[in-house]
Write a protein that binds this ligand. Structure first.
Ligand code: SF4
Length: 441
């Protein structure tokens, strides 16, 4: 694997030291809000709606992306890609997502194609991640009203602003997407459906039916899900995915879920999750004969104390489903935003808890049943955190404390109880606050 990444790294370097195929060939588009980015790392930007219905490829080729592409071609690092520069600067041996994404199967041949006409504004994405709605039943701690209707509802309740919970109707972005869809279909290599919670979205089901009823598509179908929705939605979705696969309408199906902890801390981080249902769904999907499955571990400040237990829970499922032909793995990624949940902004004492958890997992790869890919990914995030020892941001730690205090009030929770691995941190913030009170007149 690292040979392949090294080869890609060299090929990218021949164009420029910061060239990335994803800037051209990868798109994440949130149709409900009219926002998008190239991959999920750069900040979202608004997609201008002018001329969109006439030229739906402008959903992808926005001025902001065109500017970043120009910078990459000129050997300059677009600021919005700071996630990758952080990984690359942490250790020259680290492969950032720039290299990992550029060497993915969907990116094959793209570099050559881009080189022929790099500033063509009609560039087609090969990997498209799209959401139709923010309808979601969870209120994850690092999510918010823009991506979760449950969050928006809570926000509306607490601010009294009903507009925060205006349900989406079809808009110019969704209309442009459907216009673009016949052209996209034969060109995509990966289509990833996201949300909100996509299993709840009627547009997602319309799209799946369209694939099932049409000619075979050339792309892999990836479906994000929190796997904690009422059974009728998961049954309906799995049924149509199964028919798509068995009728050879799509070459590959994968379900991508998210989790990074267990027990009370998992339930706090992913507020509203039915943990038992989540693990039951993971086990059941693992037994199916038509789809790969991965769990994105969004590594955030609150998840650091339970990492081993989480990896062990996944290992148990792997043991119970040994011999299954389809892939199943954990994909760890460091959360960047909001910054108060970013491990890199944490004091060293807490960073070291995380580094230790990683060490313990990596020491016993047999017990945790890790694949080479999982080992490499965990080593990379550990190295990045190691490289940031000595750098912490007190304001972010204080903001985290205040944020959790507010969530506790709103949701009747107790973060001190649920994150006791961070007890020293809570005490430290409390003493900062106390000293401030003493100092004020
Ligand atoms: S954040 Fe990284 S992977 Fe994403 S577009 Fe930028 S360089 Fe490419």
């Amino acid at each position: 694997m690292s040979d392949r990444l090294k080869t890609t790294q060299n090929k990218l370097h021949q164009v420029s030291s910061c060239f990335c195929v994803a800037k051209w060939s990868h798109a994440t588009i949130h149709l409900h809000s009219g926002m998008g980015h190239s991959c999920h790392h750069p900040m979202l930007h608004a997609i201008p709606s002018e001329n969109l219905l006439q030229y739906p490829h402008l959903l992808h080729n926005t001025e902001i992306k065109m500017q970043a592409r120009k910078e990459m071609l000129a050997g300059q690092r677009p600021e919005e890609c700071v996630h990758c520069w952080t990984y690359e600067d942490a250790n020259t041996e680290n492969f950032s997502d720039r290299v990992i994404k550029s060497s993915s199967p969907w990116a094959a041949g793209e570099l050559e194609k881009i080189s022929q006409d790099p500033l063509n504004q009609k560039f087609m994405p090969r990997y498209l991640e799209v959401s139709f709605s923010r309808l979601c039943n969870l209120k994850c701690v690092y999510c918010g009203p823009h991506f979760s209707s449950a969050w928006a509802q809570e926000q509306a309740l607490h601010t009294g602003n009903e507009n925060e919970f205006a349900e989406e109707k079809e808009n110019i972005y969704t209309q442009s997407f459907w216009k673009w869809w016949p052209e996209l279909k034969p060109n995509l290599r990966v289509l990833r459906l996201t949300g909100g919670e996509p299993l709840l979205h009627s547009a997602v089901h319309s799209l799946l039916e369209d694939i099932l009823d049409g000619d075979p598509v050339p792309f892999q179908l990836l479906m994000n899900s929190n796997l904690s929705v009422p059974e009728k939605y998961s049954t309906k979705t799995l049924d149509v995915l199964q028919r798509i696969y068995h009728q050879k309408k799509a070459p590959k199906i994968k379900i991508i879920s998210s989790m990074e902890s267990v027990g009370a801390s998992a339930r706090y981080i992913r507020h509203g999750i039915q943990e038992g249902l989540f693990w039951k769904n993971i086990l059941n999907i693992r037994k199916l004969d038509f789809c790969d499955l991965s769990i994105t571990a969004t590594l955030n400040t609150l998840a650091i104390g339970n990492l081993r237990e989480f990896y062990y829970a996944v290992a148990e499922i792997k043991k119970q489903t040994e011999g299954a032909v389809h892939q199943f793995f954990i994909d760890p990624t460091l959360l960047k935003s909001p910054s108060h949940l970013n491990i890199l902004k944490f004091p060293d004492r807490e960073k070291k808890i995380f580094i230790h958890e990683c060490d313990e997992i990596l020491k016993d790869t047999e017990k945790y049943k890790l694949s080479k890919y999982e080992i490499l990914r965990l080593q990379i995030v550990q190295k990045v955190v190691l490289s940031k020892l000595g750098q912490s941001v007190r304001e972010d730690t204080e903001r985290l404390y205040d944020y959790l205090t507010e969530l506790d009030l709103r949701r009747n929770l107790d973060f001190r109880r649920d994150f006791n691995a961070l007890t020293d941190l809570w005490k430290e913030v409390e003493s900062w606050k106390e000293s401030l009170n003493v100092a004020s007149p």
